[in-house]
Write a protein that binds this ligand. Sequence first.
Ligand code: ZN
Length: 322
Amino acid sequence: MYPLKFTPILKDKIWGGQKLEELFNKVPGDLPNIGESWEVSGYKSEVSVVSNGYLKGKTLQDLLETYKEQFVGSRVFSRFGESFPLLFKLIHANDDLSIQVHPNDEFAMKNHGTYGKTEMWYVLYAEPNAEIIIGFNKNYSKKQYSEALEQGDLERLMRRIQVKPGDCFYIPAGLVHAIGKGVIVAEIQQSSDATYRIFDYNRKDDQGKERELHTDLALNAINFKATKNSKVNYIPKLNEPIELVKCNYFTANLIDFDKKLTLPYNLTETFVVYMCIEGSLEISGGTLTVPVQKGESVMLPAGMKYPTLIPTGRAKVLEVYI
Ligand code: ZN
């Protein structure tokens, strides 16, 4: 095994644009408005395909089914079996995303037979005054919420925050949220598409249709309490991983570094994904040294001997594992 790169899976969205090409070198082909780049995915039919080394052309799912715990680590394999548990995306909101909520595992299993979705965002780019919506601005009752929604006035209840690059948000299932216009985030999430769209600003697609809303499901999935602590506070440090989020579903660290790092042994017992968010680096492990540019993601399979990260000058990565 060696550090694996994958071909990004690009998604055209009504709210997408050109910034993922401009800033992160995602080549759109004939897709006019890229909203998402799925960097590492084992989700249903949207499975990442290896783009480097002798495993080129194999899918993440092929590798997981072939190598099992050797691929993701025994702890992860015993918990998730042959379903890859996380999904890594870059998201560019060239327009406001719908206000939405994700169910937790229990609710999603009961209603859809899938996992729920807890996620995090790390802001990579934000236009001046760009905002996100995250949670309610105070505690509301279901009734107050439903009335506001009916009157098309949901935004009055929501907390808006201006964002800048480097801001990080933890979004557990049940927390209502939306990425605002002019923001690019790296999103790390449970591998699930369980999303309940609550309000879509009455937008219509090119056939004149509004997108489906999931009002009733959302009503039972939402946490109506105000949340003040979903923005992650951290103190930047050089050459030392900083923990951003540690939850039941994943741990995400930020590493800003200008010298070689060798992974600690405990991290070689599981798979680890690196998303390069600034600069460039080389990741060595097994039989390959892999160059990684800003905007690219790499997966280190479990069990690699002495994997190292070598920045080209200085680089920043998100380091994610379970
Ligand atoms: Zn979401």
